[in-house]
Design a binder for this molecule. Structure first.
Ligand code: ADP
Ligand code: GLC
Length: 486
């Protein structure tokens, strides 16, 4: 696997969780997996026992060879290799500087990562059946395999799978880097890498990959339509049955209130007393009124339009003024949203708490201590937090899109069945009504809430099932590759 993030080493979102967990699940099924990622300045090499592995390693970019070193560690038995290039990775952030400006040389940085990853396989004689690349940052791997490694004794037999975690980020850059990336002039065409005169990493990867998937069945359907695909629907449809959706799993050794050591108290469906303690601790930590009978709405998110946070920002004042509800927000991202959410506790003292920044422990506290968890996403390829919420008995309130649609079962007022509250319209008004529905259920049909909590907590979205689907996808990718070579 080649990826730009992998938990626990470097993470900005769910991509890291997936790249951290899926290899372990594949390994448990008897497969051999290695992970290749950048050696970012932020990675704690001591804590994770990351050690020098290979130096120097030459990588051909454009017409010249560039040099890097490779470091290694083991993540629960999975070998992880870190490409060290001070020129590209020894900086503040993964993708952007401290002012959230994307690094101008991102196409070169991640083109280099990908090329170096394949070079590493070649140099150590690791002959994979499949090279699995994640998102635009690694999307050139399928192309490099076919352009440069087709008769390589080590990599010549490798098929490719490209996973799209978010089609809103395609890696579109000026054509100035095209020669450096070594993709051959003949491939700068509209069906491959060319996109209105620029380079589109994801589009080229889709064209070259033996198989492409995204991270939920509903998002796979949605991205076959123009409204969700940011221009790539025709290319995904061209893949036919070689474009599929596989729902992410979650790592229940990390996200499970029965074993979570980050939260104030542990609990299970049969003994929920620990959840009450987590709620009280959360209320104290955020300076909210300490009261077990006021429901808490939790939010943990990148503050971005994708997540519908601008819609929530417009509704939140009415929500807390007109409903018996407290709100806790943890997020970072867009500056104007950080300002808007950061200012709320001062305006709604004792009713809204917020922490602007990134804090894993707090994310666990919010999952455990809240009664509801909201994700009003405009689109959501999979979404992990709503799945964590289910396990923590924190009922999700979600817009019915992508993985949110696939993982949350709508509440039925007649029977009390369901695991959460869904709405469809992407608007502040719809958010307001959905939260109102959840809050009124909390006060008026408490037995339904209890039933839903229980049902939510026993849902199983572990990686076991999804890893089997990835193995099938790998096998299909291999037969596609063999068919092409015939
Ligand atoms: P995305 O990858 O689109 O951001 P996901 O729901 O797939 O959305 O994954 C988000 C992951 O990042 C979760 O593990 C969540 O807990 C974590 N996360 C997001 N924002 C923060 C934050 N501010 N602090 C801590 N963890 C966060
Ligand atoms: C992306 C998506 C998110 C998904 C994650 C992991 O960041 O936005 O929905 O859960 O990738 O696949």
């Amino acid at each position: 696997m080649i990826a730009s993030e992998c938990a626990p080493y470097a993470k900005t979102g769910g991509l890291a969780d997936v790249v951290g967990a899926l290899p372990k699940a594949l390994r448990a099924l008897g497969h051999e997996v290695i992970v290749i990622m950048p050696k970012y300045a932020s990675i704690n090499t001591q804590k994770y026992m990351i050690h020098p592995f290979l130096s120097p390693m030459g990588v051909w970019m454009g017409n010249a060879q560039e040099w890097c070193a490779v470091h290694a560690a083991t993540n629960d038995g999975v070998p992880v290799y870190f490409i060290e290039s001070n020129k590209y990775f020894d900086r503040y952030g993964l993708y952007n500087d401290a002012s959230f400006n994307d690094y101008q040389d991102n196409p070169r940085r991640f083109g280099f990562l990908t090329r170096a990853g394949l070079q590493l396989c070649h140099d150590i004689g690791f002959a994979p059946d499949v090279v699995h690349s994640h998102d635009w940052q690694a999307a050139l791997a399928p192309a490099y395999l076919k352009i440069w490694h087709w008769n390589d004794p080590v990599l010549g037999g490798a098929a490719s799978l490209l996973t799209i975690h978010n089609i809103g980020y395609q890696g579109v850059y000026s054509a100035a880097s095209y020669d450096y990336l070594g993709l051959q002039p003949g491939n700068f065409t509209a069906d491959k890498f060319e996109d209105h005169g620029r380079i589109n990493f994801l589009k080229g990867g889709i064209a070259y990959a033996d198989r492409v998937n995204t991270v939920s069945p509903t998002y796979a359907q949605e991205t076959r339509t123009p409204a969700y695909a940011y221009g790539l629907a025709p290319y995904l449809n061209d893949k036919g049955e070689n474009y599929i959706g596989i729902l992410n799993g979650v790592d229940y050794t990390e996200w499970n209130p029965a074993v979570d050591t980050l939260i104030p108290a542990r609990y299970t469906p049969s003994d929920m007393s620990g959840k009450a303690l987590c709620k009280e601790a959360l209320q104290r930590r955020f300076g909210l009124e300490v009261n077990p009978d006021i429901p808490i709405l939790g939010i943990v998110t990148r503050l971005a339009e994708q997540k519908g946070m601008h819609l929530l920002a417009a509704a939140i004042g009415d929500i807390v003024s007109q409903m018996q509800l407290q709100v806790v927000i943890l997020g970072s991202g867009d500056k104007h949203l950080e300002t808007a959410f950061g200012a709320l506790p001062a305006r709604y003292t004792g009713r809204i708490g917020s922490f602007i920044g990134y804090n894993n422990e707090l994310a666990h506290w919010i999952e455990a201590g809240s009664d509801f968890f909201i994700m009003p996403s405009l689109y959501e390829p999979c979404g992990l937090n709503q799945i964590y919420s289910l396990k923590y008995g924190t009922l999700p309130i979600v817009r019915a899109t992508g993985g949110l649609e696939d993982t949350v079962q709508q509440y039925d007022e007649a029977s009390g069945e369901g695991t959460g509250f869904k709405f469809w319209e992407p608007s502040s008004r719809a958010i307001y009504y959905a939260v109102g529905w959840a809050v009124s259920t909390y006060f008026d049909r408490r037995q339904h809430i209890e039933k839903m909590i229980h049902k939510a907590m026993v849902q199983n979205y572990s990686w076991d099932q999804s890893a089997l689907l990835y193995v099938q996808a790998y096998q299909k990718a291999l037969s596609h590759k063999k068919g092409e070579n015939r």
